[in-house]
Design a protein around this ligand. Structure first.
Ligand code: GLN
Length: 194
């Protein structure tokens, strides 16, 4: 039987939906590490930035003095996946907000892109590289308005980009950790192995 090579996958645990990611990482045979302080970053092979409130997480990254070292590690190649608020943290620009946070991925995102009426919804969507459609849960989600030349679009829903990748960076608008579908997590782990 093929041995699963155990990875230490960090999940930023300052605010938001981090526990669900940790549980999925464990169920896939890897080690989930809650990241709360800068030293926690030393032991990880990759990092998930979870959904939550990007303004709050962005502020806590500064308050806990994690931001600058995290930016350096990601620039040096640490694989990172931002879901929902995490996608906003990664974006080079937020179309409807003057702030940026880590500003590492060449995407322009629109916060709360689906408006008030469509605050939360679930659909089955296509993700390039995953064979079947997967359930996608959107909660006051952002979408990607435009991408730079090195960004590969991986998923679109109703003409809006909801998943994309640029080298070691992956971003999704939806919350895969709130469904029982593990395919996006497997995609990320595969991406680390390459
Ligand atoms: N609306 C949130 C924000 O702007 C993101 C929502 C989420 O992560 N589910 O940060």
């Amino acid at each position: 039987m093929e041995q699963v090579k155990m990875k230490h996958i960090g999940v930023l645990a300052l605010q938001g939906a981090f526990r669900e990611h940790i549980e999925i990482i464990r169920s896939l045979g890897h080690i989930g590490v809650e990241i709360r302080k800068v030293e926690d970053l030393n032991s990880i092979d990759s990092l998930i930035l979870p959904g939550g409130e990007s303004t709050a997480i962005g502020k806590l990254l500064v308050d806990f003095k994690i931001k600058e070292i995290l930016i350096q590690k990601i620039r040096d190649g640490l694989p990172v996946w931002g879901t929902c608020a995490g996608m906003i943290l990664l974006a080079r620009e937020i179309a409807n907000d003057k702030t940026t946070h880590l500003s590492l991925m060449d995407i322009v995102v629109r916060r709360n892109g689906y408006g008030r009426q469509l605050g939360s919804f679930k659909i089955d969507g296509v993700f390039k590289g995953i064979e079947n459609k997967i359930p996608m849960v959107f909660i006051r989600a952002p979408y990607i308005e435009s991408v730079g030349k090195d960004v590969e679009i991986l998923g679109e829903v109703d003409g809006k980009i909801v998943a994309a990748r640029e080298n070691n960076l992956l971003a999704t608008s939806y919350h895969p950790e709130l469904t029982d579908n593990l395919e996006t997590h497997k995609y990320f782990i595969d991406m680390m192995n390459r």
